[in-house]
Design a protein. Structure first.
Length: 327
């Protein structure tokens, strides 16, 4: 077993090299043992989503086998963005979740984002999963599985939350570059129901990622979006990574807005309604961002890089906004 697949806030590696079927089953068993121990339940339930990578169905099957043979009931969310797995933690009767995804990495990569209760595992918790695998300290049982399409509920929730955005009746023209990942079937209907005119760019899910690498933090991957925003005279361009938890933005002039610039815009808006609130960035964000947040009346906090670490700090500080350079 390559212990280096156990990262700070997920499990990640090259599938053919790092994730043989037997090991993935053991990872499922180890996570099951962790959930059993922490909940004390006889039959915990876990939701599982996956991205569009060609290796994801095989990883799903092996993970399911490990979980179910350890007495875990599984709700299969199918192909969906990572945020929909997080959404399921708050809206389905589950004790945790797993997202099978290689995120923004090249197509030969894949991995697992593990969630317990309503938060993601990170640091020592990830290493505890590794130790359970090494000790083979598993439990036995017989779990069942069902399926649930979480997309309609998620879309309804988002539309209800944001229906006032376009109350002026102005139609925004938005170019969406989903990078052939999971975002297209979710974000396009939401934007259209909010009144936007959406121009789709690579919104068809395709695990080969034939048009460009699905990472919006790299300028080269945004050039087709920039060109389309200009040619369509669009108001905005949105780009997503493979599992839709990274966002890139291009303005109406075709200028790329990086993560800390997006944070400034969001912070200014939030601070008009919640003056003095805490807003969390990370060490890669510019000093300009922290200065602008303070200038707008906020209390900026610099924290460690990593989505799990940022979210944990956000809860600790009761902050209304947190973000990273990765979008």
């Amino acid at each position: 077993m390559n212990v280096n697949i156990f990262k700070e806030y997920d499990l990640r590696g090259i599938v053919d090299r790092d994730f043989p079927t037997e090991l993935v089953e053991k990872i499922g068993k180890a996570f099951a043992a962790y959930v059993h121990r922490e909940t004390g339940k006889a039959k915990p339930r876990i939701s599982i989503g996956r991205d569009v990578r060609l290796s994801s169905p095989g990883l799903r099957e092996a993970l399911f086998k490990g979980l179910k043979s350890s007495g875990i009931d599984v709700t299969d969310l199918g192909i969906c963005p990572t945020p929909l797995v997080y959404f399921s933690l708050f809206n389905l009767p589950v004790d945790g979740g797993v997202m099978i995804t290689g995120s923004h990495n090249p197509k030969e990569y894949n991995g697992f984002k593990l969630c317990f209760k309503k938060t993601t595992l990170f640091g020592a918790q990830i290493q505890e999963i590794r130790k359970i695998v090494e000790r083979q300290d598993f439990v036995s049982g017989s779990g069942e599985s069902d399926t649930f399409d979480v997309n309609p509920a998620y879309q309804k929730w988002q539309i209800e939350r944001h229906s006032s955005i376009l109350k002026s009746g102005a139609e925004l023209k938005v170019v969406v570059d989903a990078g052939n990942g999971t975002a297209g079937p979710v974000i396009v209907p939401i934007l259209r129901q909010l009144g936007c005119k959406v121009i789709e760019l690579f919104c068809e899910p395709d695990g080969e990622f034939p048009n460009h690498h699905p990472d919006p933090t790299i300028a080269a991957n945004l050039q087709m979006l920039v060109s389309r925003v200009k040619s369509e005279k669009a108001d905005l361009g949105l780009a997503f990574d493979g599992d839709s938890d990274r966002l890139g933005i291009v303005d109406n002039n075709g200028t790329i807005l990086w993560g800390d610039e997006i944070m400034i815009i969001l912070a200014r808006d939030i601070l008009t309604r919640h003056p003095g609130t805490k807003i969390i960035g990370e060490v890669k964000c510019s000093t300009r961002m922290y200065h602008q947040i303070a200038k707008a009346g906020g209390k900026p906090i610099m924290w460690k890089t990593g989505h799990s670490l940022i979210k944990n700090k956000m809860k600790e500080e009761h902050a209304l906004l947190a973000g990273e350079m990765s979008g």
